[in-house]
Design a protein around this ligand. Sequence first.
Ligand code: PEP
Ligand code: MG
Length: 873
Amino acid sequence: MAKWVYLFKEGSAEMKNLLGGKGSNLAEMTNLGLPIPQGFTVTTEACTDYYDQGEKISDEIQGQIFDALAELEKIQGKKFGDTADPLLVSVRSGARASMPGMMDTILNLGLNDEAVEGFANKTGNPRFAYDSYRRFIQMFSDVVMEMSKTFFEGILDEIKEAKGAEFDTDLTADDLKEVIGRFKSIYKDKMGAEFPQDPKVQLMEAVKAVFRSWDNPRAIVYRRMNDIPGDWGTAVNVQAMVFGNMGDTSGTGVAFTRNPSTGANGIFGEYLINAQGEDVVAGIRTPLPITRMEEDLPDCYKQFMEIAHKLEDHYRDMQDMEFTIQEGTLYFLQTRSGKRTAPAAIKIACDLVDEGKITPQEAITRLDAKSLDQLLHPTFKVEALKAGEVIGSALPASPGAAAGKVYFTADDAKNAGDRGERVILVRLETSPEDIEGMHAAKGILTVRGGMTSHAAVVARGMGTACVSGCGEIKIDEEAKVFELGGHKIIEGDYISLDGSTGKIYLGDIETQEASVGGDFGRIMGWADEFRTLKVRTNADTPADTANAVKLGAEGIGLCRTEHMFFDEERIPKIRKMILSDTQEAREEALNELIPFQKADFKGMYEVLEGRPMTIRFLDPPLHEFIPTKDEDIEALAKDMGLTVAQVKATCDSLHEFNPMMGHRGCRLAVTYPEIAKMQTRAVMEAAIEVKNEKGFDIVPEIMIPLVGEKKELKFVKDVVVEVAEAVKKEKGSDIQYTVGTMIEIPRAALLADEIAEEADFFSFGTNDLTQMTFGFSRDDAGKFLDAYYKSKIYESDPFARLDQNGVGQLVEMAAKKGRQAKSNLKLGICGEHGGDPSSVEFCHKIGLDYVSCSPFRVPIARLAAAQANLNSK
Ligand code: PEP
Ligand code: MG
């Protein structure tokens, strides 16, 4: 028979997967001989079984729960439901990974109409007993039966008013009996049954409620944001109650062994005399700093500090502890490795290494790679954020906090930025033409678009906060107004965005700039020592490249050359090229673009100082470049000697029903080889010149996008080679160069062995590969993915976290086939997944040579790559 329930004394810290974090730590503390109110843990496997059985607890599990309860009664010398001295328990969730506040807790379970009398007699404190009972009814009804809290709060307020009581504590035992009577009748009214009096029924309902809470909406969101799999389940801890609200020698508190905000070494926390945990959380009374306990309860304080040190030494990590003192006796209710800010995490990791408690390898594996975002982007000031009102939320497309005045067009945003205003650009969706407005903005909010939409990709590259795909917004761009969460926001109103959480706030919330100290450098140094996977960046300008190199990029894995054409001076030239109807006219327009593109490449090669750069040839559908504004159309018509009507007609003819699967990628070079010719010339001339001028050892890497067939690659490659050889000859250079392809179409992955025969390298374009494998538009998936999370069909956004089962299989297979055909084939990834820690781990595992990600994610990828390597050993 499977074992589903463990007494604390039967478990250990190693059993975290089965007992959850809280349960395994309670077991470990019990083994260490610390003062722990005893209890038992219902395992995470019991939770998965509950879901497998269609949300039912099996008889076998229920039987084991009751057996453990009988054991607990023996240990405590009290009986459940006893009318003289009843055993009371708390019921709490506890998953493998801590998910603070995401799931439910029930306290004082076991009280009923009779037990409360016994409890009053035993404690000699009827007021306390009735208060405990009314709290339990309230909590059970809310958490277990999902009745609204407001019913109970309303009754309490009415009775307080009738009795002239200002605080709950002003109510007498008799007042509280009245409260209980009213609570029970509203319960009966709403639930159609009496409040359950059998403590075993209460217990089983509470266990079920905790299991159910694993799947509440906030837990699902938290899991998605923290990469916690949905099938882990939560354990349930049933623990004997101790009471901190039994007078002035009782109390309760929370403390950390080091400061969780700064990492400073030293006890940090707060406590309240004569209170239960929820009073601390509710903020009704102001807690005292933990150090005050030394004066109030010196013996308890001394014992508390000894145990705190013992726990930190035992776990070799900063601990977050909950404790209760009942009439002068100290109990620990839980300990766990404390959540901390990224700066604190870095400092604590380095300090623990310096104190000889952990190795640098351990320091690296313990850090949360994603949290490095906090170090590199502005964040909201904690105090300021407390007052912030959330009016909506959407995809956390580019991290960082931003606050500013709302503007609805790129031009308005740019003008306001020039006036020195802080700007939030709000758009239905962004397009390449918005680039200047995006540059001027502190934050970007879009109604449409997913994690790999234009806004998301560009904002991440620039390090600007972006929340995308907020479908709840009703926007009128013409009238310059949007509505969200019951608020109407007009141009010039302040809003604030958190691109790390996706939350949108009303008003101007104060932010603080990012700063990195010396400890960050140490951590990154260790990460580089321990990783084998290389880390490149996706960048298209010398400035972004310089930033990425500063953040540790070892080269460029993806230079999206189309981004170079949106500059005011250049876009008319590319438009001319698109609208030309002869090859000669196209070549003439393209020739005008060569100097610009070449200058950009030179700038980037100079900044790279010999580091490699993969330059991807023109990829987007041409219609993205065509003018939409009348003034631009008129200017173009004039420049080309055409009528406005002619230009408009040609623009219309470029319309595609499904541009993402249309005339884009290498298809452009197949129809217009002169585009590839121009780009090859610009790359080769730039590389040769910088090589000659600066002496860097440059080997250009030319990448052909969206290939699905070997002959297609060969066709474009032949064009590239012809021009490259010609340029070499002209310049008298013997420079080497390579030509590779992106693998971003499923057919290319399937035929990777054939394609490898024509490629020097593969770079997995997992944005398009995900789009085409799922058949989900990367720009529209945000609209329906939420329904998939809610229905538990998918757990995470496949555009943010690589779908290892499906898309990952294609990547792994293509990597294998490619290397079988060509053993020295260089392999990398340049889709947005290259900066996502779990995806980086996958890339390490399947043997890619490098990942490439936006500049600000380079440190995350370096750390994740080191963790992947260390964890695989
Ligand atoms: C990709 O498809 O993964 C990729 C990197 O290219 P882009 O995002 O420019 O389509
Ligand atoms: Mg692509």
